[in-house]
Write a protein of this length. Structure first.
Length: 305
């Protein structure tokens, strides 16, 4: 197996912190994303490498295995189990570990581990090979981070993710929260010797670039209201995430008045058709650049009051 330097792919040092890893990944992912480079096969390949590197290095346990075993990090658990079994066999047979310990303590480099792993589990292992190779191991779990807008998660939709070089089509339920993690069963690493596949864990980052503020399933919106409509009443049209809505404004509406639109908030996660509320706060705008005539009329109103 060709050695892939994940640190080099992300352009970071082996001592990089988790924050530095995430920062490097986000910068490169934006640069080489297929949506930014349509039809560019080199960018697509680079994007896959970047995702693969991030999936390994962003997981402390996987990173530790990678640092120790290189490209064979996925087999680290199997190797450790096999090593313990070999040690047990030798000790109870009254023998010495000999070359096994020498190989383990001497380091593997880029190919040494692969050669030794083949020796341990390959055709030269005799009966021990048969017992080890028949063991089933669960595949590695994968983690991915997906950034979406508030509008994206307002409705259930499908999306294609590229994870470890593979395209996975998933359904994203409406109402997903910022920071929420969902599990896609069986879409992690492939199981070994017929073992079950690992799972894929997706963490959502929700970016809100709308005038709405989200608090759980409720949405909050501040709406400017001109002085005349506030005093005399009338009808206004506001935008919601689900289209335009007409509102009747009561006469003598005060600044800061709140109006609740039931069921016009955010969808409740995995409860089809159920929404929170939209709370409107009126902000009354005082007219500016008044004409002489308007000022006179306001003076008349003041006298009447």
């Amino acid at each position: 197996m060709k050695y892939i330097d994940y640190y080099k792919i992300l352009g970071i040092s082996k001592n990089a912190s988790e924050a530095e890893i995430k920062k490097a990944y986000r910068k490169l992912a934006r640069k080489f994303h297929p949506d930014v480079n349509p039809g560019d096969k080199n960018a697509e390949h680079k994007f896959k490498e970047i995702n693969e590197a991030y999936e390994v290095l962003s997981n402390p346990e996987n990173r530790k295995k990678y640092d120790q075993y290189g490209e064979n990090w996925k087999h680290a658990d199997e190797f450790e189990k096999a090593k313990q079994q070999q040690q047990y066999s030798y000790q109870h047979a009254g023998g010495s570990m000999g070359g096994f310990e020498d190989a383990f303590s001497g380091g593997f480099g880029e190919s040494g581990f692969s050669d030794f792993f083949e020796t341990l589990f390959g055709s030269g292992a005799g009966h021990s090979h048969r017992s080890h190779s028949s063991a089933k191991f669960r595949g590695q779990d994968y983690t991915a981070e997906l950034q979406l807008s508030l509008q994206d998660v307002y409705k259930t939709h499908k999306r294609v993710l590229t994870v470890n070089g593979k395209n996975i089509r998933i359904t994203i339920p409406a109402g997903v929260e910022n920071g929420q993690v969902i599990k896609i069963k069986g879409h992690g690493g492939k199981g070994i010797n017929g073992g079950p596949n690992g799972d894929l864990y997706i963490k959502f980052t929700i970016v809100n670039n709308t005038p709405f503020k989200r608090d759980g399933n409720n949405l909050y919106l501040t709406v400017d209201l001109d002085l005349y409509t506030a005093v005399l009443g009338g009808e206004i049209t506001i935008n919601t995430l689900d289209g335009k809505v007409k509102l009747k404004v009561k006469p003598e509406t005060q600044n800061g008045t709140k109006v609740k639109l039931k069921g016009k908030g955010f969808p409740v996660y995995k409860k089809a058709g159920v929404h929170g509320d939209l709370i409107i706060t009126y902000n009354i705008r005082i007219p500016t650049n008044l004409t002489s005539k308007e000022k006179e009329l306001f003076k008349e109103l003041a006298k009447l009051r």
